[in-house]
Design a protein around this ligand. Structure first.
Ligand SMILES: *Cc1c(COP(=O)(O)O)cnc(C)c1O
Length: 495
């Protein structure tokens, strides 16, 4: 399968090249046109272990690597890093199934992909005969940054720089990043919100490419955001894993449709669900769950994407996003029309808005159900699920739970629903404590301990003792200084 830019039919790349580049040189994202030609027997996957499933799915999506090669890469990526070899367990909560994606080294679902990406990147570098160091630039709404640094930490031939919105991540997320160790990692806060940081990173890619700023310097840029196809592909696997669990438990028969509720920000996680569906998995509706930044809820109900609106800081900060990058891939795969996508993205950058044609809107209606809730609804869901089922959700998972509830009310003949759980509740302890009716207090670290004492749900090992770890990164910069910051750092032999 060949990848191409979502904005230009002539800009093509192998999967290894697409991983190495991160994004296409014209500002588009590397995407398959269709997954129809991918030969994958989805039924045969259901009896495999998660890691064997991953090897087959990833080799199908990234055919620069053979299945044998991919099996070794999967082993290398995941062995011993997650709480269990199952990687992403499912838990029964009332009538629903919660897919726990946060059992990895940094307690966020980003680990599933970011444990794999460095291994893929290193293998792609070898495959493409590249000697340059890879400098990974990453904008983060809080979780990607930590998971990416953990994944790339001390990986030879790579360095990683992370930008997060100053004051826009939770204190726990901030501490996780500021205390990151490793000789090849660097992290800075940017004055602005996540969209500013993400736009800044995209502009750096464009400027470096246009002006050849790193030419001959032995360094090239790539991305660990879900604009990188190597980040997206590993996320497809857990849709199959969840489906297999439902079959094994006897809750569904092979072939029954399953609906997935996905707490959505940059649209990577839910796009992976669309990939799973295109690969044949009986995915019913993809429930796109948003917080008060409900631009996707509006888009999916009207066909108009309009970022000219207030930006809210919510208790689910990893979804505080107004420009969902991966939507571009969906628009491309549904329309198969790079000129259309180029036009829409030009409108977005010039006017902050675009409207999709009616035919595309009809396709979206068939695939998605969109719902949102504010912080009040988020906390109410956490409290209710704890009281009724003794299950503790984080704030992002709670948004998906609430969206699933709205979906079930709107579609009474729905099938089994899987709720994707994207973070440990201990990453957002103040909001979770408040949801349980407690006074959260000022100190998030004390809140973590109180939450554990109150609920008895064990705190993940990696978050314990976070407060005592030495702070290694303190930079705060202006948006306008991002490019120079990167160029400066790129030229330093040691960080
Ligand atoms: C990143 C993130 C999301 C959103 O995922 P996207 O792929 O960006 O849509 C949701 N929840 C948590 C906890 C996250 O870290």
């Amino acid at each position: 399968m060949i990848y191409q830019s979502t904005r230009n039919d002539d800009l093509k790349a192998s999967s290894a090249q697409a991983i190495l580049d991160g994004m296409a040189k014209d500002g588009g994202l590397y995407s398959p046109v269709s997954l129809a030609e991918v030969a994958l027997d989805w039924r045969a996957l259901l009896s495999l272990s998660t890691q064997d499933m991953a090897a087959k799915i990833l080799a199908a999506l990234l055919p620069s690597f053979s299945e044998t090669e991919m099996a070794a890469l999967v082993q290398q990526a995941y062995a011993g890093k997650f709480e269990s070899d199952e990687l992403t367990p499912t838990v029964r909560v009332g009538d629903d199934t919660v897919l726990e994606l946060f059992r990895g080294p940094t307690s966020a679902f980003k680990d599933v992909a970011l444990a794999m990406l460095p291994v893929l990147m290193t293998a792609a570098r070898k495959k493409c005969g590249v000697d340059d160091d890879i400098l990974i630039l990453t904008a983060t709404s809080g979780d990607t940054g930590k998971a990416a640094m953990e994944g790339f930490r001390n990986v030879p031939g790579t360095r990683i720089m992370v930008f997060y919105p100053y004051g826009g991540v939770s204190p726990v997320q901030q501490a996780q990043m500021a205390t990151q160790d490793g000789d090849n990692v660097c992290v800075s806060a940017v004055r602005g919100n996540f969209d500013d940081a993400q736009t800044g990173v995209k502009r750096i890619f464009a400027a470096v490419e246009r002006e050849g700023l790193l030419r001959g310097k032995g360094v090239r840029l790539s991305s660990a955001n879900s604009i990188n196809i190597g980040r997206l592909a590993p996320q497809v696997v857990y849709y199959f894993k969840a489906y297999a669990d439902l079959v094994k438990s006897g809750r569904i028969a092979v072939g029954d449709a399953v609906d997935f509720a996905v707490p959505t920000g940059n649209f990577g996680d839910i796009l992976a669900g669309y990939f799973a569906k295109e690969l044949g998995l009986p995915v019913g509706k993809l429930i796109c769950a948003s917080n008060a930044n409900n631009i996707l809820t509006d888009f999916l109900s009207t066909g108009v994407y309009d970022r000219n609106r207030p930006f809210y800081k919510t208790v689910s900060p990893s979804m505080d996003i107004l420009v969902s990058s991966n939507l571009e891939r969906l628009l491309f795969m549904l329309s198969k029309d790079a000129d259309l996508v180029a036009r829409l993205m030009k409108n977005l950058s010039e006017t902050g808005a675009y409207e999709v044609p009616a035919s595309l809107k009809e396709q979206l209606d068939l695939l998605f159900f969109a719902a949102c809730c504010d912080d009040g609804g988020t906390k109410a869901a956490i409290g209710e699920v704890w009281r009724r089922y003794g299950y503790l959700m984080d704030t992002h998972t709670a948004v998906a739970y609430e969206a699933a509830r709205q979906y079930k009310a709107a579609c009474p003949d729905h099938g089994s629903v899987v709720i994707l759980s994207t973070a440990s509740p201990y990453k957002f302890p103040a909001a979770v404590l408040e949801a349980l009716g407690e006074e959260p207090g000022e100190d998030e670290f004390a809140a973590m301990e109180r939450l554990e004492a109150l609920t008895g749900v064990p705190m993940p090992k990696n978050l314990r003792g976070l407060r005592e770890r030495p702070v290694r990164h303190r930079d705060v910069i202006d948006r306008a200084d991002m490019l120079n910051y990167v160029l400066d750092k790129a030229m330093q032999a040691r960080w």
